[in-house]
Design a binder for this molecule. Structure first.
Ligand SMILES: [Fe+2]
Ligand SMILES: [Fe+2]
Length: 165
């Protein structure tokens, strides 16, 4: 599958999970809610790490890539993950999870829109269809690896991705 289709499928999935969370009543079952938040994390983090490595760093290796575009995407990932960690925390201490979930949704929706309308066209210009297919395969494999590794080292991996290539 082309990497753009892999990424788009994930985007819909993570936004769908956040909508599911926002549809819950304020007095929803705590365990159900925190499982849903964990599902959001399990979608979001492996997606972001694999996307940085496979898509963004491939773009960065090309001279023609607009440098501000990549930086802004990495900042968006960092921002979304900050909202996500806060969401996990306020949920545990019984704070206002809805406000944080809404901020996470807004930040992600904005990022995904930019990614699909600005980053995808740049990548489509740079890479052939067979390259985009190979990247799709590598993206799916790396996502599974990140999931298996667990999330302890993901912040370090993010720093590594920012520094690369
Ligand atoms: Fe993405
Ligand atoms: Fe992204």
């Amino acid at each position: 599958m082309l990497i753009y289709d892999e990424l788009h499928t994930d985007h819909l999935k993570v936004l769908g999970l956040i909508d599911e969370l926002l549809d819950l009543p304020d007095d929803s079952d705590e365990e159900y809610r925190s499982n849903l938040i964990r599902d959001i994390r399990d979608e979001l983090i492996p997606h972001a790490r694999a996307e940085e490595r496979i898509l963004y760093n491939a773009i960065r290796r090309q001279r023609e890539a607009p440098p501000g575009m990549i930086r802004s995407a990495f900042e968006d990932h960092f921002e979304a993950e900050t909202h996500l960690r806060k969401l996990q925390l306020v949920d545990k201490v019984n704070g206002n999870w809805r406000d944080v979930a809404e901020r996470l949704r807004d930040a992600l929706a904005h990022h995904i829109r930019e990614e699909e309308t600005q980053v995808f066209p740049v990548a489509m210009d740079l890479f052939s269809e067979s390259e985009a297919n190979r990247m799709g395969r590598e993206f799916a494999e790396l996502k599974d690896e990140v999931r298996e590794e667990g999330f302890m080292k993901t912040t370090l991996d993010m720093v590594g991705n920012v520094l690369r290539p």
